[in-house]
Design a protein around this ligand. Structure first.
Ligand code: IPD
Length: 301
């Protein structure tokens, strides 16, 4: 298929705004289908929440795409939960999370968004993330820059990304995720202790400026793109949480890494290990490029 990326980009921006309206409307009944132990709307477990609005917004997005782009592939969180399995191929593919930050949505916290990613030949070439509660839209098309509300270039310091001397100076996005097994929570807990803790008392302690748990993978990527978070790390989320964010963060000069800090490859989108570092300024004395600084910070992590 021949794909007009400018058109798809405009379509995705419009779709995200329309989805945002429906998310706002749905927030009045956000409790109604909140998960309880025996609620069938719970996916993996009691904390992996899904509401009627997640499903309705995904259905709306999926139908709109099918009408405009009937030949394009679709990967969506709720369709996956309903049993649909789609591999990532070279075909044009929308990868969508109707509501990222569902726990925030249910609890009335503002960090909620609709995330619309688009891959072509497996590359995330378009990303649109819209937070209707804060009316902030993050978007990017490959090679054309990343923007806030379609007008402000990202990072917000563009064209001069801020320096970042070390991991100790960073604000790091982390998440608890929905896997609460001992193995996972112990591993994350130890890691967060090391990142937050004072190295004088805690072995390997980095004592970073702080850790933030925003509750939406897509918004974590958006804040990294904006330069407001320095890094974001997560094990356990899915392609629909990160596809749009990957496109936006990269276009804003951020660097994404594959599992274990390896170079990123498109199939990493379909895994569950994600790590991204914001754009960093080149050292003024020419001793290190921004990309070298990103790799150094990634290693320090
Ligand atoms: C979740 C959020 C959360 C992350 C989880 C995701 P959802 O997505 O992005 O920040 O920690 O791994 O599943 O369920 O709100 O769409």
């Amino acid at each position: 298929a021949d794909v007009n990326l400018d058109e798809v980009y405009a379509f995705a921006i419009n779709l995200a705004r329309e989805a945002g309206k429906r998310i706002l409307e749905g927030s009045a009944k956000r409790h109604q289908t909140a998960a309880t132990l025996d609620n069938p709307n719970t996916k993996k477990n009691r904390v992996d929440l899904v509401t009627e609005t997640d499903q309705a917004v995904e259905a709306y997005i999926k139908d709109s795409i099918a009408q405009t782009y009937p030949d394009f592939c679709f990967i969506g969180e709720e369709s996956y939960a309903g049993g649909e399995r789609v591999e990532l191929t070279d075909e044009p593919t929308f990868i969508v999370d109707p509501i990222d930050g569902t726990t925030n949505f249910v609890h009335g916290l503002d960090f909620v968004c609709c995330s619309i990613g688009f891959t072509y030949k497996q590359e995330p070439v378009i990303g649109v993330i819209y937070n209707p509660f804060l009316d902030k839209l993050y978007s990017a098309q490959q090679g054309k820059g990343a923007f806030l509300n379609e007008s402000t270039r990202l990072p917000l310091t563009h064209p001069n990304p801020a320096p970042l001397a070390s991991l100790g100076d960073a604000v790091i996005g982390v998440e608890w995720g929905s896997d609460r097994s001992k193995a996972i929570i112990e591993k994350k807990g130890k890691m967060y202790m090391r990142l937050a803790g004072d190295g004088k008392e805690i072995e390997g302690g980095v004592m970073a400026h702080s850790l933030r748990s925003i509750g939406s993978a897509a918004l974590n990527y958006s804040y990294v793109a904006a330069g407001q978070l320095d890094l974001y790390f997560e094990i356990g989320c899915w392609s629909w949480d990160v596809c749009a964010g990957t496109g936006i963060a990269r276009e804003a000069g951020g660097k994404v890494y594959g599992r274990g800090g390896k170079p990123w490859s498109p199939q990493d989108l379909m895994g569950h290990h994600f790590f991204v570092v914001r754009a960093i300024a080149d050292a003024p004395d020419g001793s290190e490029t921004g990309e070298q600084a990103q790799d150094r910070i990634a290693k320090e992590f």
